[in-house]
Design a protein around this ligand. Structure first.
Ligand SMILES: N[C@@H](CCC(=O)N[C@@H](CS)C(=O)NCC(=O)O)C(=O)O
Length: 266
């Protein structure tokens, strides 16, 4: 039995849901409301001391980290493969998954907090700085302090604008990688597309599709339309996203869009 600890708005959890749906694998939901601090509950910390989702539990074995989960699922359930057969194309796929883990995901967290989650968290009650630090589990003082500033200062927080520019650079790399093809690596949908989809979906959820629409990055626009039309898109991205949170993110994103445009020079 496969159990997935996840949250509706988590990009890396969406990546795992998307991969599972592509591979038509059934799973049981263990929902962790990370905007209400459920990731710090002792029962969840026993599963993942890092206090983050997603975590997969397969027949009692705990597998954390979204990229590792997707690779594990591919190895354990090889039907409907998400990795190409050729070594070179597998290396190209891994270039994207590594970029997501190392750069895009941290940028996505920052953008989501400074544009939207900060409002939700402030409304739910964040306590004072010391309480916030103490709550962070293994996250560490530096990361926790950075998050506190995202919550308190929004787009004015140090480094926030750089994260938006980094994201924009990746969109341009996608435009280049797509060339005349439909997908990021080779001519088949792959884990590279699975890995990138949540990060464009997040920008769309924050009303920032203008970063690629309107003729700015037409191949990226067409790619995201193709991704959205896949039957796996709904179970990956829509089904678990709380409607009120989706509305809130869209509204907060719309209010931030003029500042985001200025940052990327549109
Ligand atoms: N490298 C991890 C990152 C996991 C992560 O950052 N998860 C976020 C949601 S996307 C989370 O649970 N955050 C909890 C928090 O912000 O306290 C992975 O890919 O699984």
């Amino acid at each position: 039995m496969l159990e997935l600890y996840h949250h509706g708005s988590s990009a890396c959890a969406a990546k795992v849901r998307f991969a599972l749906a592509e591979k038509e694998i059934a799973w049981t939901s263990r929902y962790v409301d990370i905007l209400r601090g459920e990731q710090f509950a002792p029962a969840f910390l026993a599963i993942n001391p890092k206090a983050v989702v997603p975590v997969l539990v397969h027949d009692g074995e705990i597998i954390p980290e979204s990229t590792i989960i997707c690779e594990y699922v591919e190895d354990a359930f090889p039907d409907r493969p998400l990795f190409p057969a050729s070594p070179l194309q597998r290396a190209r796929v891994r270039w994207w998954t590594k970029a997501v883990d190392e750069e895009l995901h941290p940028a996505c967290s920052a953008i989501t907090y400074v544009v939207s989650h900060r409002h939700t968290i402030l409304r739910n009650g964040v306590g004072d700085f010391e309480q916030f630090l103490a709550q962070g589990g293994a996250e560490g003082r530096e990361a926790r302090t950075r998050k506190w500033r995202w919550i308190q200062e929004g787009l004015q927080a140090p480094g926030a604008a750089d994260k938006i520019r980094l994201y924009d650079d990746y969109l341009r790399r996608m435009e280049q990688a797509l060339g005349d093809g439909d997908w990021l690596v080779g001519d088949r949908f792959s884990m590279a597309d699975v890995a990138m989809a949540p990060y464009l979906n997040r920008l769309a959820a924050l009303a920032m599709e203008g970063l690629w629409t309107g003729g700015r990055l037409p191949r990226v626009e067409a790619w995201f339309d193709r991704v959205r039309r896949r039957p796996s898109f709904h179970p990956g991205f829509i089904e678990w996203m709380p409607e009120d949170l989706a509305e809130e993110m869209l509204g907060n994103g719309r209010r931030s869009w003029p500042d985001v445009r200025k940052i990327v020079g549109i």
